[in-house]
Design a protein around this ligand. Structure first.
Ligand code: FO1
Length: 329
């Protein structure tokens, strides 16, 4: 079982590479839900939907989020009723939010609803919300505290970030399904998502750090920072605003103690020694996923890197060599 921790578009791309590489039922993607919010009376789970649409092969390739070829009639009509269309919801995307909201309203858990929706779209990997309780990222800026989507979408993540907090985190617990997946994991991958607001919320939910620490599976992260920049989104300005070094090394420091290995881009090869000095093994390769082949290639190399960690660990302990994954023929 490979367990991938993911957030938005960057994480979804590597999850998609893994999904194409291994038998679907041997992959579980634990997804951030702290970006979730209510709009038009509907519950919206942007990161779960981004991973779901990407694995289903229906994501909008230009943006990474929303449904390819979607239409905008509902939003256009809502604009005529005076609503501001700051968060672009397509007509097919609305169906996801209507179905999720209706099923949550009937008392189903977010985990069960997400399984129903992703299964209906033909996704046979496990797509697991990090928790079933509501958690909401708040971003502190010089203009005051902003709910995440206001900061990220409405204000185009222009505001300097001076702090991040997760409302409701104190009531959130790792789901049984996520715990079971980590229990069975032979490899745990932290996808190239924003360490602060995509991976951070998952690690802040009670139970994850213990479960990950207990797991004997190798833990490998892929740096979302390449050449000192985030490939998309505000991760670089967030790391800077919160006092972290904006580099692959900075990411290594954030995950220190949690991961055995870090995959960094060739642009950051000069940081390999500093990262190794933290006791973290390093794989230097191309981590920029411009097309589907890149996604599968990065997935393949990340899995092989994890396998090497496992073998190294087993050799030291005198254990036999295990095959981490059942790859698709
Ligand atoms: N991001 C934007 O920058 N602008 C949008 O209008 C937008 C709409 C949207 C609709 C559905 C969805 O699932 C995601 C959407 N996103 C949009 C992306 C979303 O804000 C981010 O992907 C995550 O919240 C951060 O990873």
């Amino acid at each position: 079982m490979i367990v991938a921790l993911a957030g938005g578009v960057g994480g979804a791309k590597l999850a998609h590479g893994l999904y194409q590489l291994v038998q679907p039922h041997t992959l579980a993607v634990i997804v951030n839900t702290a970006d979730d919010f209510n709009l038009f009376g509907l519950r919206i789970s942007p990161d779960a939907d981004t991973v779901m649409y990407t694995l289903a092969g229906v994501a909008n390739p230009a943006t990474g989020w929303g449904v390819a070829g979607d239409t905008w009639n509902t939003l256009e009509m809502l604009t005529r009723y005076g609503y501001e269309p700051w968060f672009r919801l397509g007509d097919r995307d609305f169906a996801t939010h209507i179905a999720r909201s209706e099923q949550l309203g009937a008392g189903r858990s977010l985990t069960d609803v997400t399984q129903t929706l992703s299964g209906a779209l033909g996704v046979h990997a496990q797509l697991l919300p990090m928790c079933d309780e509501p958690v909401a990222t708040q971003v502190d800026t010089p203009s005051g505290q902003l709910p995440f989507q206001d900061y990220f979408v409405r204000r185009h993540h222009q505001d300097p970030v001076t702090g991040v907090s997760f409302t409701g985190i104190e009531n959130a617990t790792m789901t049984k399904a996520a715990a079971a997946a980590i229990e069975r994991a032979t490899l745990i991958i932290i996808c190239p998502s924003n360490p602060i607001v995509s991976i951070g919320p998952i690690l802040a939910v009670a139970g994850y750090r213990d479960a990950l620490g207990r797991s004997k599976a190798p833990k490998v992260a892929v740096s979302p920072i390449v050449g000192g920049k985030a490939l998309r989104g505000p991760a670089d300005q967030m790391l800077a605003g919160l006092g972290h070094e904006v580099s692959a090394f900075g990411v290594a420091q954030m995950y220190r103690g949690l991961i055995d290995g870090l995959v960094i881009d060739e642009a950051d090869a000069d940081q390999q020694a500093r990262i190794s000095a933290l006791g973290i093994r390093v794989l230097v390769t191309n981590t920029v996923m411009n097309d589907e082949a890149d996604r599968v290639q990065l997935a393949r190399e990340t899995v092989a890197f994890g396998q090497a960690q496992l073998n190294a660990g087993n050799q030291q302990a005198g254990r036999s060599q295990l095959d981490i994954t059942s790859q698709r023929p």
